[in-house]
Design a protein around this ligand. Structure first.
Ligand code: GBH
Length: 478
Protein backbone atom coordinates (compact mmCIF):
# COMPACT_ATOMS: atom_id res chain seq x y z
CA UNK A 1 0.00 0.00 0.00
CA UNK A 2 1.04 3.59 -0.60
CA UNK A 3 1.13 6.58 1.76
CA UNK A 4 -2.67 6.75 1.81
CA UNK A 5 -2.84 3.29 3.37
CA UNK A 6 -4.80 2.03 0.37
CA UNK A 7 -3.81 -0.99 -1.74
CA UNK A 8 -1.76 -0.05 -4.83
CA UNK A 9 -3.58 1.84 -7.57
CA UNK A 10 -3.07 0.27 -11.06
CA UNK A 11 -0.98 2.41 -13.40
CA UNK A 12 -3.59 2.57 -16.12
CA UNK A 13 -6.75 4.58 -15.37
CA UNK A 14 -10.09 3.16 -16.65
CA UNK A 15 -11.33 4.91 -19.82
CA UNK A 16 -15.02 4.91 -18.74
CA UNK A 17 -16.81 7.05 -16.15
CA UNK A 18 -17.48 5.75 -12.65
CA UNK A 19 -21.08 5.81 -11.44
CA UNK A 20 -23.00 4.26 -8.56
CA UNK A 21 -26.36 2.47 -8.72
CA UNK A 22 -29.26 2.05 -6.29
CA UNK A 23 -32.96 1.10 -6.38
CA UNK A 24 -35.94 2.68 -4.59
CA UNK A 25 -37.25 -0.35 -2.68
CA UNK A 26 -33.76 -1.15 -1.40
CA UNK A 27 -32.81 2.28 -0.03
CA UNK A 28 -35.76 4.65 0.39
CA UNK A 29 -37.77 3.39 3.36
CA UNK A 30 -40.58 5.85 4.23
CA UNK A 31 -43.01 3.28 2.89
CA UNK A 32 -46.15 4.95 4.24
CA UNK A 33 -45.19 8.55 3.64
CA UNK A 34 -46.66 11.21 1.35
CA UNK A 35 -49.31 8.93 -0.09
CA UNK A 36 -47.13 6.04 -1.23
CA UNK A 37 -49.04 2.78 -1.69
CA UNK A 38 -47.80 -0.74 -1.00
CA UNK A 39 -45.68 -2.57 -3.53
CA UNK A 40 -45.53 -6.32 -4.11
CA UNK A 41 -42.22 -6.31 -2.19
CA UNK A 42 -43.87 -4.71 0.86
CA UNK A 43 -46.33 -7.58 0.72
CA UNK A 44 -43.51 -10.09 0.37
CA UNK A 45 -41.67 -8.57 3.34
CA UNK A 46 -44.81 -8.61 5.51
CA UNK A 47 -45.21 -12.31 4.75
CA UNK A 48 -41.56 -12.99 5.69
CA UNK A 49 -41.09 -11.40 9.11
CA UNK A 50 -37.96 -13.51 9.58
CA UNK A 51 -36.32 -11.47 6.82
CA UNK A 52 -35.24 -7.89 7.53
CA UNK A 53 -37.68 -5.13 6.60
CA UNK A 54 -37.60 -2.52 3.81
CA UNK A 55 -39.80 -0.16 5.85
CA UNK A 56 -36.91 2.06 6.89
CA UNK A 57 -33.83 0.45 5.32
CA UNK A 58 -31.36 3.29 4.49
CA UNK A 59 -33.96 6.03 5.01
CA UNK A 60 -32.72 7.54 1.76
CA UNK A 61 -36.07 9.32 1.46
CA UNK A 62 -34.95 11.65 4.25
CA UNK A 63 -31.18 11.41 3.89
CA UNK A 64 -30.54 11.83 0.21
CA UNK A 65 -28.81 15.18 0.74
CA UNK A 66 -26.17 13.48 2.89
CA UNK A 67 -25.67 10.76 0.27
CA UNK A 68 -25.23 13.38 -2.43
CA UNK A 69 -22.55 15.02 -0.28
CA UNK A 70 -20.75 11.68 -0.02
CA UNK A 71 -20.82 11.30 -3.82
CA UNK A 72 -19.51 14.83 -4.19
CA UNK A 73 -16.70 14.23 -1.75
CA UNK A 74 -15.50 11.26 -3.78
CA UNK A 75 -16.08 12.86 -7.16
CA UNK A 76 -18.88 10.52 -8.33
CA UNK A 77 -20.75 12.22 -11.18
CA UNK A 78 -23.33 9.62 -12.24
CA UNK A 79 -26.04 8.36 -9.90
CA UNK A 80 -28.47 5.64 -10.94
CA UNK A 81 -31.69 5.43 -8.89
CA UNK A 82 -35.20 4.15 -9.51
CA UNK A 83 -38.55 5.88 -9.23
CA UNK A 84 -41.23 4.11 -7.19
CA UNK A 85 -44.46 3.74 -9.16
CA UNK A 86 -46.22 3.43 -5.76
CA UNK A 87 -45.27 7.03 -4.91
CA UNK A 88 -46.09 8.58 -8.27
CA UNK A 89 -49.39 6.81 -9.03
CA UNK A 90 -50.45 5.06 -5.82
CA UNK A 91 -53.51 3.50 -7.42
CA UNK A 92 -51.39 1.96 -10.20
CA UNK A 93 -53.28 3.87 -12.85
CA UNK A 94 -55.27 7.05 -12.60
CA UNK A 95 -54.27 10.21 -10.84
CA UNK A 96 -50.80 11.44 -10.04
CA UNK A 97 -49.69 11.96 -6.45
CA UNK A 98 -47.93 15.34 -6.43
CA UNK A 99 -46.21 14.69 -3.10
CA UNK A 100 -44.68 11.44 -4.32
CA UNK A 101 -43.53 12.90 -7.61
CA UNK A 102 -42.19 15.92 -5.73
CA UNK A 103 -39.65 13.76 -3.94
CA UNK A 104 -38.01 12.77 -7.23
CA UNK A 105 -38.14 16.32 -8.48
CA UNK A 106 -36.27 17.54 -5.38
CA UNK A 107 -33.81 14.66 -5.69
CA UNK A 108 -33.05 15.50 -9.32
CA UNK A 109 -32.60 19.19 -8.48
CA UNK A 110 -30.22 18.34 -5.65
CA UNK A 111 -28.19 16.01 -7.87
CA UNK A 112 -27.90 18.58 -10.64
CA UNK A 113 -26.92 21.28 -8.16
CA UNK A 114 -24.13 18.97 -7.00
CA UNK A 115 -22.93 18.36 -10.56
CA UNK A 116 -24.20 14.76 -10.59
CA UNK A 117 -25.99 13.30 -13.63
CA UNK A 118 -29.21 11.48 -12.68
CA UNK A 119 -29.80 8.12 -14.38
CA UNK A 120 -33.41 7.05 -13.83
CA UNK A 121 -34.82 3.52 -13.83
CA UNK A 122 -38.61 3.54 -14.06
CA UNK A 123 -39.19 0.04 -12.74
CA UNK A 124 -36.95 -1.83 -10.31
CA UNK A 125 -39.38 -4.61 -9.34
CA UNK A 126 -41.73 -2.64 -7.03
CA UNK A 127 -45.08 -3.12 -8.75
CA UNK A 128 -48.02 -1.44 -6.97
CA UNK A 129 -49.76 -4.26 -5.11
CA UNK A 130 -53.11 -2.97 -6.38
CA UNK A 131 -52.15 -3.91 -9.94
CA UNK A 132 -51.20 -7.42 -8.90
CA UNK A 133 -54.52 -7.75 -7.08
CA UNK A 134 -56.59 -6.11 -9.80
CA UNK A 135 -55.42 -8.10 -12.78
CA UNK A 136 -52.31 -10.18 -12.08
CA UNK A 137 -49.64 -7.55 -12.76
CA UNK A 138 -47.32 -8.54 -15.60
CA UNK A 139 -49.53 -11.48 -16.53
CA UNK A 140 -52.13 -9.13 -17.97
CA UNK A 141 -51.76 -6.98 -21.07
CA UNK A 142 -53.40 -4.10 -19.19
CA UNK A 143 -49.97 -3.52 -17.64
CA UNK A 144 -48.81 -2.10 -20.99
CA UNK A 145 -51.22 0.83 -20.85
CA UNK A 146 -50.70 1.40 -17.14
CA UNK A 147 -46.91 1.34 -17.35
CA UNK A 148 -47.01 3.68 -20.34
CA UNK A 149 -49.19 6.10 -18.42
CA UNK A 150 -46.87 5.98 -15.39
CA UNK A 151 -43.78 6.43 -17.59
CA UNK A 152 -45.38 9.37 -19.38
CA UNK A 153 -46.09 11.13 -16.08
CA UNK A 154 -42.44 10.75 -15.05
CA UNK A 155 -41.09 11.77 -18.48
CA UNK A 156 -43.23 14.91 -18.34
CA UNK A 157 -42.11 15.78 -14.82
CA UNK A 158 -38.38 15.05 -15.10
CA UNK A 159 -37.64 14.86 -18.82
CA UNK A 160 -36.33 18.40 -19.14
CA UNK A 161 -33.75 17.73 -16.39
CA UNK A 162 -32.90 14.03 -16.83
CA UNK A 163 -31.16 12.79 -19.99
CA UNK A 164 -30.53 9.10 -19.16
CA UNK A 165 -33.32 6.58 -18.59
CA UNK A 166 -34.13 2.92 -18.36
CA UNK A 167 -37.60 1.39 -18.54
CA UNK A 168 -37.06 -1.92 -16.71
CA UNK A 169 -34.40 -3.36 -14.47
CA UNK A 170 -33.64 -7.02 -15.20
CA UNK A 171 -36.92 -8.22 -16.66
CA UNK A 172 -35.50 -11.73 -16.84
CA UNK A 173 -35.05 -11.67 -13.07
CA UNK A 174 -38.52 -10.44 -12.17
CA UNK A 175 -40.30 -12.56 -14.77
CA UNK A 176 -38.50 -15.79 -13.89
CA UNK A 177 -38.21 -15.27 -10.13
CA UNK A 178 -41.54 -13.48 -9.67
CA UNK A 179 -43.72 -15.60 -11.97
CA UNK A 180 -41.73 -18.83 -12.46
CA UNK A 181 -39.70 -19.99 -9.47
CA UNK A 182 -41.78 -17.92 -7.06
CA UNK A 183 -38.65 -16.93 -5.20
CA UNK A 184 -39.34 -13.20 -5.62
CA UNK A 185 -42.52 -11.14 -5.25
CA UNK A 186 -45.31 -11.68 -6.23
CA UNK A 187 -44.36 -15.32 -5.48
CA UNK A 188 -46.29 -16.94 -8.30
CA UNK A 189 -45.01 -20.34 -9.37
CA UNK A 190 -44.91 -21.98 -12.75
CA UNK A 191 -41.75 -23.99 -12.55
CA UNK A 192 -42.38 -26.25 -15.52
CA UNK A 193 -43.81 -23.47 -17.63
CA UNK A 194 -47.23 -25.11 -17.83
CA UNK A 195 -49.15 -21.89 -17.19
CA UNK A 196 -46.89 -19.84 -19.45
CA UNK A 197 -46.51 -17.15 -16.77
CA UNK A 198 -42.90 -16.33 -17.54
CA UNK A 199 -43.69 -15.87 -21.22
CA UNK A 200 -46.72 -13.71 -20.50
CA UNK A 201 -44.53 -11.50 -18.36
CA UNK A 202 -41.87 -11.43 -21.07
CA UNK A 203 -44.36 -10.43 -23.77
CA UNK A 204 -45.91 -7.70 -21.66
CA UNK A 205 -42.56 -6.23 -20.60
CA UNK A 206 -41.46 -5.95 -24.21
CA UNK A 207 -44.75 -4.37 -25.26
CA UNK A 208 -44.65 -1.96 -22.32
CA UNK A 209 -41.06 -1.00 -23.11
CA UNK A 210 -41.85 -0.35 -26.77
CA UNK A 211 -44.92 1.67 -25.88
CA UNK A 212 -43.12 3.77 -23.23
CA UNK A 213 -40.20 4.47 -25.57
CA UNK A 214 -42.63 5.73 -28.21
CA UNK A 215 -43.83 8.35 -25.70
CA UNK A 216 -40.26 9.06 -24.65
CA UNK A 217 -39.19 9.93 -28.19
CA UNK A 218 -41.98 12.50 -28.31
CA UNK A 219 -41.58 13.95 -24.82
CA UNK A 220 -37.81 13.77 -24.29
CA UNK A 221 -36.42 14.05 -27.82
CA UNK A 222 -32.84 14.59 -26.70
CA UNK A 223 -32.88 11.88 -24.05
CA UNK A 224 -31.27 8.44 -24.10
CA UNK A 225 -33.07 5.31 -22.99
CA UNK A 226 -32.50 1.58 -22.60
CA UNK A 227 -33.27 -1.39 -20.39
CA UNK A 228 -30.99 -2.92 -17.74
CA UNK A 229 -30.39 -6.51 -18.79
CA UNK A 230 -28.67 -9.03 -16.56
CA UNK A 231 -26.89 -12.16 -17.61
CA UNK A 232 -24.59 -14.79 -16.19
CA UNK A 233 -21.90 -15.76 -18.63
CA UNK A 234 -22.44 -19.33 -19.90
CA UNK A 235 -19.15 -21.16 -20.22
CA UNK A 236 -19.43 -24.54 -22.01
CA UNK A 237 -18.63 -27.24 -19.46
CA UNK A 238 -16.72 -29.19 -22.09
CA UNK A 239 -15.44 -28.69 -25.62
CA UNK A 240 -18.11 -30.96 -27.04
CA UNK A 241 -20.29 -29.51 -29.77
CA UNK A 242 -23.39 -30.29 -27.69
CA UNK A 243 -22.13 -28.36 -24.65
CA UNK A 244 -20.95 -25.41 -26.71
CA UNK A 245 -24.32 -25.16 -28.43
CA UNK A 246 -26.11 -25.50 -25.09
CA UNK A 247 -24.06 -22.62 -23.62
CA UNK A 248 -24.85 -20.38 -26.57
CA UNK A 249 -28.54 -21.28 -26.36
CA UNK A 250 -28.54 -20.55 -22.63
CA UNK A 251 -27.26 -17.04 -23.23
CA UNK A 252 -29.75 -16.50 -26.03
CA UNK A 253 -32.63 -17.43 -23.74
CA UNK A 254 -31.34 -15.24 -20.94
CA UNK A 255 -30.12 -12.16 -22.80
CA UNK A 256 -30.61 -12.18 -26.58
CA UNK A 257 -34.32 -12.89 -26.14
CA UNK A 258 -34.56 -9.26 -24.95
CA UNK A 259 -32.08 -7.46 -27.14
CA UNK A 260 -32.12 -9.32 -30.49
CA UNK A 261 -35.42 -7.73 -31.56
CA UNK A 262 -34.06 -4.31 -30.58
CA UNK A 263 -30.80 -4.57 -32.53
CA UNK A 264 -31.53 -7.28 -35.13
CA UNK A 265 -35.27 -7.01 -35.65
CA UNK A 266 -36.03 -10.61 -34.74
CA UNK A 267 -35.72 -13.15 -31.94
CA UNK A 268 -32.89 -15.73 -31.76
CA UNK A 269 -33.50 -18.81 -33.88
CA UNK A 270 -32.96 -21.07 -30.86
CA UNK A 271 -35.76 -19.27 -29.03
CA UNK A 272 -38.14 -19.29 -31.99
CA UNK A 273 -37.58 -23.01 -32.54
CA UNK A 274 -38.39 -23.77 -28.93
CA UNK A 275 -41.12 -21.11 -28.52
CA UNK A 276 -43.07 -23.17 -26.03
CA UNK A 277 -46.57 -23.88 -27.35
CA UNK A 278 -46.47 -20.56 -29.15
CA UNK A 279 -46.54 -18.68 -25.85
CA UNK A 280 -44.04 -16.09 -26.95
CA UNK A 281 -45.34 -13.20 -29.01
CA UNK A 282 -43.29 -12.97 -32.17
CA UNK A 283 -44.91 -10.50 -34.48
CA UNK A 284 -43.41 -8.17 -37.05
CA UNK A 285 -45.32 -5.34 -35.35
CA UNK A 286 -43.65 -5.91 -31.99
CA UNK A 287 -40.25 -6.36 -33.62
CA UNK A 288 -40.71 -3.08 -35.48
CA UNK A 289 -41.77 -1.28 -32.31
CA UNK A 290 -38.72 -2.58 -30.44
CA UNK A 291 -36.20 -1.87 -33.15
CA UNK A 292 -33.93 1.01 -32.15
CA UNK A 293 -35.53 1.32 -28.72
CA UNK A 294 -32.15 1.14 -26.88
CA UNK A 295 -29.80 4.13 -27.19
CA UNK A 296 -27.15 2.21 -25.31
CA UNK A 297 -26.73 -1.35 -24.10
CA UNK A 298 -27.14 -1.38 -20.31
CA UNK A 299 -25.71 -4.54 -18.81
CA UNK A 300 -25.80 -5.74 -15.20
CA UNK A 301 -23.07 -8.29 -14.73
CA UNK A 302 -21.98 -10.35 -11.74
CA UNK A 303 -21.12 -13.99 -12.38
CA UNK A 304 -20.76 -17.04 -14.64
CA UNK A 305 -21.75 -20.69 -14.77
CA UNK A 306 -20.74 -23.82 -16.64
CA UNK A 307 -23.46 -24.94 -19.01
CA UNK A 308 -23.96 -28.42 -20.45
CA UNK A 309 -26.34 -30.20 -22.75
CA UNK A 310 -29.08 -31.97 -20.87
CA UNK A 311 -29.89 -35.00 -22.94
CA UNK A 312 -33.37 -36.34 -22.51
CA UNK A 313 -34.26 -33.70 -19.95
CA UNK A 314 -35.37 -30.16 -19.56
CA UNK A 315 -33.98 -27.45 -17.29
CA UNK A 316 -35.18 -23.94 -16.54
CA UNK A 317 -32.90 -21.36 -18.10
CA UNK A 318 -33.53 -17.67 -18.49
CA UNK A 319 -36.85 -17.28 -20.23
CA UNK A 320 -37.68 -20.86 -20.87
CA UNK A 321 -37.44 -24.52 -20.19
CA UNK A 322 -34.65 -25.73 -22.42
CA UNK A 323 -32.33 -28.65 -23.05
CA UNK A 324 -29.42 -27.12 -21.17
CA UNK A 325 -28.49 -26.88 -17.51
CA UNK A 326 -26.00 -24.88 -15.50
CA UNK A 327 -23.68 -25.46 -12.55
CA UNK A 328 -20.87 -23.65 -10.75
CA UNK A 329 -18.69 -26.76 -10.89
CA UNK A 330 -16.54 -28.15 -13.66
CA UNK A 331 -16.68 -31.88 -14.37
CA UNK A 332 -13.71 -32.35 -12.03
CA UNK A 333 -15.65 -30.60 -9.27
CA UNK A 334 -13.63 -27.36 -9.26
CA UNK A 335 -15.65 -24.18 -8.71
CA UNK A 336 -15.74 -21.64 -11.53
CA UNK A 337 -14.46 -19.01 -9.10
CA UNK A 338 -14.06 -17.94 -5.45
CA UNK A 339 -17.21 -17.65 -3.36
CA UNK A 340 -18.85 -14.38 -2.36
CA UNK A 341 -21.49 -13.77 0.32
CA UNK A 342 -24.25 -14.58 -2.22
CA UNK A 343 -24.98 -18.21 -3.00
CA UNK A 344 -25.77 -17.35 -6.64
CA UNK A 345 -22.51 -15.54 -7.21
CA UNK A 346 -18.91 -16.74 -7.70
CA UNK A 347 -16.23 -14.28 -8.65
CA UNK A 348 -15.31 -14.76 -12.35
CA UNK A 349 -13.65 -11.66 -13.86
CA UNK A 350 -12.45 -13.45 -17.01
CA UNK A 351 -16.07 -14.20 -17.88
CA UNK A 352 -16.88 -10.48 -17.79
CA UNK A 353 -14.50 -9.80 -20.66
CA UNK A 354 -16.04 -12.64 -22.69
CA UNK A 355 -19.57 -11.41 -21.96
CA UNK A 356 -18.79 -7.86 -23.05
CA UNK A 357 -17.24 -9.10 -26.28
CA UNK A 358 -20.21 -11.42 -26.91
CA UNK A 359 -22.67 -8.53 -26.68
CA UNK A 360 -20.50 -6.13 -28.63
CA UNK A 361 -19.87 -8.57 -31.49
CA UNK A 362 -23.49 -9.70 -31.69
CA UNK A 363 -24.89 -6.17 -31.90
CA UNK A 364 -22.23 -4.51 -33.99
CA UNK A 365 -20.45 -2.57 -31.27
CA UNK A 366 -23.18 -0.64 -29.46
CA UNK A 367 -22.31 1.96 -26.86
CA UNK A 368 -22.34 0.02 -23.60
CA UNK A 369 -22.88 0.97 -19.99
CA UNK A 370 -22.25 -1.51 -17.23
CA UNK A 371 -25.21 -0.44 -15.09
CA UNK A 372 -24.48 -2.79 -12.18
CA UNK A 373 -21.44 -4.65 -10.94
CA UNK A 374 -20.39 -5.25 -7.37
CA UNK A 375 -20.03 -7.81 -4.60
CA UNK A 376 -21.09 -8.67 -1.09
CA UNK A 377 -18.18 -9.95 0.90
CA UNK A 378 -18.22 -13.38 2.54
CA UNK A 379 -17.86 -13.69 6.29
CA UNK A 380 -14.40 -15.09 5.84
CA UNK A 381 -13.31 -11.69 4.51
CA UNK A 382 -14.52 -10.21 7.77
CA UNK A 383 -16.56 -7.34 6.43
CA UNK A 384 -19.81 -8.39 8.04
CA UNK A 385 -18.33 -7.80 11.46
CA UNK A 386 -19.57 -4.37 12.53
CA UNK A 387 -16.95 -1.70 12.34
CA UNK A 388 -14.86 -3.12 9.53
CA UNK A 389 -14.56 -0.69 6.66
CA UNK A 390 -11.30 -1.98 5.35
CA UNK A 391 -12.79 -3.88 2.41
CA UNK A 392 -9.71 -5.02 0.53
CA UNK A 393 -11.72 -7.92 -0.84
CA UNK A 394 -14.07 -5.51 -2.63
CA UNK A 395 -11.14 -3.39 -3.86
CA UNK A 396 -9.56 -6.47 -5.42
CA UNK A 397 -12.91 -7.46 -6.91
CA UNK A 398 -13.36 -4.10 -8.66
CA UNK A 399 -9.73 -4.02 -9.77
CA UNK A 400 -10.11 -7.42 -11.44
CA UNK A 401 -13.55 -6.84 -13.02
CA UNK A 402 -12.70 -3.34 -14.22
CA UNK A 403 -9.42 -4.53 -15.69
CA UNK A 404 -11.38 -7.22 -17.53
CA UNK A 405 -13.60 -4.45 -18.95
CA UNK A 406 -10.50 -2.45 -19.88
CA UNK A 407 -9.13 -5.49 -21.73
CA UNK A 408 -12.45 -5.81 -23.58
CA UNK A 409 -12.01 -2.22 -24.72
CA UNK A 410 -8.35 -2.37 -25.69
CA UNK A 411 -8.24 -5.89 -27.11
CA UNK A 412 -11.77 -6.77 -28.18
CA UNK A 413 -12.88 -3.39 -29.54
CA UNK A 414 -15.80 -3.07 -27.11
CA UNK A 415 -17.22 0.45 -26.56
CA UNK A 416 -17.81 0.74 -22.79
CA UNK A 417 -18.45 4.32 -21.75
CA UNK A 418 -19.80 4.02 -18.22
CA UNK A 419 -19.52 1.65 -15.26
CA UNK A 420 -21.86 1.79 -12.24
CA UNK A 421 -20.95 0.08 -8.99
CA UNK A 422 -23.71 -1.81 -7.25
CA UNK A 423 -24.17 -0.19 -4.88
CA UNK A 424 -23.57 3.22 -3.34
CA UNK A 425 -24.99 2.04 -0.01
CA UNK A 426 -25.43 -1.20 1.85
CA UNK A 427 -29.15 -1.80 1.44
CA UNK A 428 -32.14 -4.11 1.71
CA UNK A 429 -30.97 -6.98 -0.46
CA UNK A 430 -34.42 -8.46 -1.21
CA UNK A 431 -34.68 -12.02 0.09
CA UNK A 432 -31.34 -11.65 1.87
CA UNK A 433 -32.36 -8.62 3.91
CA UNK A 434 -29.38 -6.76 5.36
CA UNK A 435 -27.18 -9.86 5.46
CA UNK A 436 -25.49 -9.16 2.13
CA UNK A 437 -23.79 -5.78 2.03
CA UNK A 438 -22.97 -4.59 -1.50
CA UNK A 439 -22.27 -0.94 -0.59
CA UNK A 440 -19.29 1.30 -1.10
CA UNK A 441 -20.69 3.01 1.99
CA UNK A 442 -21.42 1.10 5.18
CA UNK A 443 -24.84 1.71 6.72
CA UNK A 444 -25.08 1.14 10.47
CA UNK A 445 -28.62 -0.13 10.91
CA UNK A 446 -28.22 -0.29 14.67
CA UNK A 447 -27.26 3.37 14.89
CA UNK A 448 -29.77 5.46 13.05
CA UNK A 449 -28.58 4.43 9.56
CA UNK A 450 -25.28 6.28 9.99
CA UNK A 451 -23.15 6.29 6.81
CA UNK A 452 -19.48 5.27 6.86
CA UNK A 453 -17.61 5.27 3.53
CA UNK A 454 -15.61 2.09 2.99
CA UNK A 455 -12.05 2.03 1.71
CA UNK A 456 -13.25 0.74 -1.65
CA UNK A 457 -14.95 4.09 -2.32
CA UNK A 458 -11.77 6.04 -1.64
CA UNK A 459 -9.71 3.57 -3.66
CA UNK A 460 -12.01 3.77 -6.71
CA UNK A 461 -12.12 7.54 -6.47
CA UNK A 462 -8.34 7.69 -6.57
CA UNK A 463 -8.00 5.16 -9.38
CA UNK A 464 -10.42 7.18 -11.54
CA UNK A 465 -8.66 10.39 -10.56
CA UNK A 466 -11.85 11.88 -9.19
CA UNK A 467 -10.85 13.51 -5.95
CA UNK A 468 -8.57 13.45 -3.00
CA UNK A 469 -11.22 11.25 -1.42
CA UNK A 470 -8.62 8.94 0.03
CA UNK A 471 -7.76 11.60 2.57
CA UNK A 472 -11.32 11.44 3.89
CA UNK A 473 -11.51 7.73 4.47
CA UNK A 474 -11.49 6.41 7.97
CA UNK A 475 -10.63 2.85 8.83
CA UNK A 476 -11.40 3.20 12.49
CA UNK A 477 -14.13 1.19 14.10
CA UNK A 478 -17.63 2.57 14.03
C1 GBH B 1 -29.17 -7.28 -9.18
O1 GBH B 1 -29.61 -8.52 -9.67
C2 GBH B 1 -30.35 -6.39 -8.84
O2 GBH B 1 -30.67 -5.53 -9.92
C3 GBH B 1 -30.15 -5.58 -7.59
O3 GBH B 1 -31.36 -5.01 -7.16
C4 GBH B 1 -29.53 -6.45 -6.53
O4 GBH B 1 -29.42 -5.79 -5.28
C5 GBH B 1 -28.15 -6.85 -7.02
O5 GBH B 1 -28.26 -7.57 -8.20
C6 GBH B 1 -27.40 -7.75 -6.04
O6 GBH B 1 -28.07 -8.94 -5.85
O7 GBH B 1 -31.36 -16.93 -5.54
O8 GBH B 1 -30.91 -18.61 -7.19
O9 GBH B 1 -33.02 -17.43 -7.23
C7 GBH B 1 -28.55 -9.43 -9.98
C8 GBH B 1 -29.03 -10.69 -10.68
C9 GBH B 1 -30.64 -12.42 -10.55
C10 GBH B 1 -29.02 -12.25 -8.86
C11 GBH B 1 -31.50 -13.28 -9.65
C12 GBH B 1 -29.83 -13.15 -7.94
C13 GBH B 1 -31.47 -14.87 -7.85
C14 GBH B 1 -30.86 -16.22 -7.95
N1 GBH B 1 -29.83 -11.52 -9.78
N2 GBH B 1 -30.66 -14.03 -8.74
S1 GBH B 1 -31.61 -17.39 -6.89
Amino acid sequence: SDASGLPPIPAERPPFFLGVATAAPQIEGAVAEDGRSRSIWDTWAAAHPENDSPNVTDDFYHRYAEDIRIMQTYGIKHFRFSVAWTRVIPDGNGSTNAAGLGFYSRLVDALLAAGIEPVVTLYHWDLPQVLQDRYGGFLNEQIVADFTHYATVVFEALGSRVTYWSTFNEPATFCVSGYGSGWHAPSLRDQQGEQGYVWECHNNVLRAHASAVREFRRLVPNGKIGMNLAVQWSEPRSDSEADRAAAERHMEFELAVWSDPVYRGDWPASVKERNPRGLMTITPELAAALRGSFDMYMLNFYTAKYVYYLSGGWGMAGQGVIDAADTFNATNGASIGPETASSWFKEVPWAFRKQLKWVSDRYNRPVMWVTENGVAVPDSANELLPGVLNDTYRINFYRDYMQAAMAAISQDNVDIQGYFCWSLLDNWEWTSGFKERFGLVYVDYANNQARHPKQSLAWLSRWFGLSSGAAQVSTQSI
